[in-house]
Design a protein around this ligand. Structure first.
Ligand code: BTN
Length: 259
């Protein structure tokens, strides 16, 4: 893969216009957050800069878990956003872009799982990790890390995640050009970002969680909750034993994939 293959024919105006490609790196999120600390490098980190890796030796997932990405079978990249959005709905934007892209271009039906997983038949095809950082007072930046499984076959996932993971290839028995998927994704991302539409409302169209009972591990205990709604801030509104609760983030929460 080369940078010019990623940028030739990229149909965006801002997002993905500045791309740094790493053959092997620990984690694109870690790298971009580290580079933001350096004033000289930071000047070049414009809105929508993308760090993309062929392989990550220490890809990070939610809950500090590892994200299996020490191979070139998927897309592992981070988009930098100097954004007015709050943290949770930011992660809704790539999730919506992926749901639309996979449906419209590849005929893969997804189901969004709060807050930022993209599932196909209850298995994870993509994970999104947004890490915010305060640069100055009132100026935040968000590193939006996206992992999309594309060419993996079942055997390529470790035993621990094999039954919970999927890829575009597993779902369709087809091969894909990773660079093409990236370019299309960036276009869907930019269009969703600039659409001016209500991000939470669109996200709700792509989830099957609403009205469902979910199992979650909260502060170490298993509970059952009925999903009532997503608030305008992007929080999950649930009912537990007749009482309303709002879950703001998924830290200390582990929602069962198989709801
Ligand atoms: C999750 O666990 O659901 C989130 C996974 C996020 C993985 C992506 S891959 C690119 C970026 N770099 C990382 O180290 N993590 C994110």
């Amino acid at each position: 893969m080369e940078v010019n293959i990623l940028s030739n024919n990229l149909k965006t105006n801002v997002y993905g216009k500045n791309i740094l490609l790493f053959e092997e790196i620990e984690s694109t999120n870690k790298e971009i957050l580290k580079d933001l600390e350096d004033d000289k490098i930071r000047k070049n980190l414009t809105e929508g800069t993308v760090y993309i890796a062929l392989r990550q030796t220490g890809g990070i997932g939610s809950f500090g878990n590892e994200w299996q990405s020490n191979n070139s079978l998927g897309l592992w990249f981070t988009i930098l956003l100097y954004s007015p959005y709050k943290k949770e709905p930011i992660s809704f934007i790539p999730a919506i872009a992926l749901a639309k892209l996979l449906k419209e271009k590849y005929n893969i039906e997804t189901d969004l799982k709060w807050p930022n997983d993209v599932l196909v038949k209850s298995k994870k095809i993509s994970g999104i990790l947004c890490q915010a950082k305060q640069l100055e007072k009132d100026k935040n930046v968000c590193a939006v890390g996206i992992g999309l499984n594309i060419l993996q076959e079942k055997k390529d996932f470790t035993k621990e995640i094999r039954d919970k993971s999927t890829s575009m290839k597993i779902e369709t028995s087809k091969d894909y050009n990773i660079e093409e998927v990236f370019k299309l994704f960036m276009k869907y991302f930019e269009d969703t970002y600039n659409s001016g539409e209500d991000i939470v409302e669109i996200w709700k169209k792509y989830t099957k969680m609403l009205g469902k009972k979910i199992k979650a591990k909260k502060d170490g205990k298993y509970i059952e909750a009925l999903v009532k709604d997503i608030t305008k801030e992007g929080y999950l509104k649930v009912e537990i034993l007749g009482k309303s609760e709002i879950w703001m983030s998924r830290s200390s929460l582990d929602i069962d994939t198989y709801f």
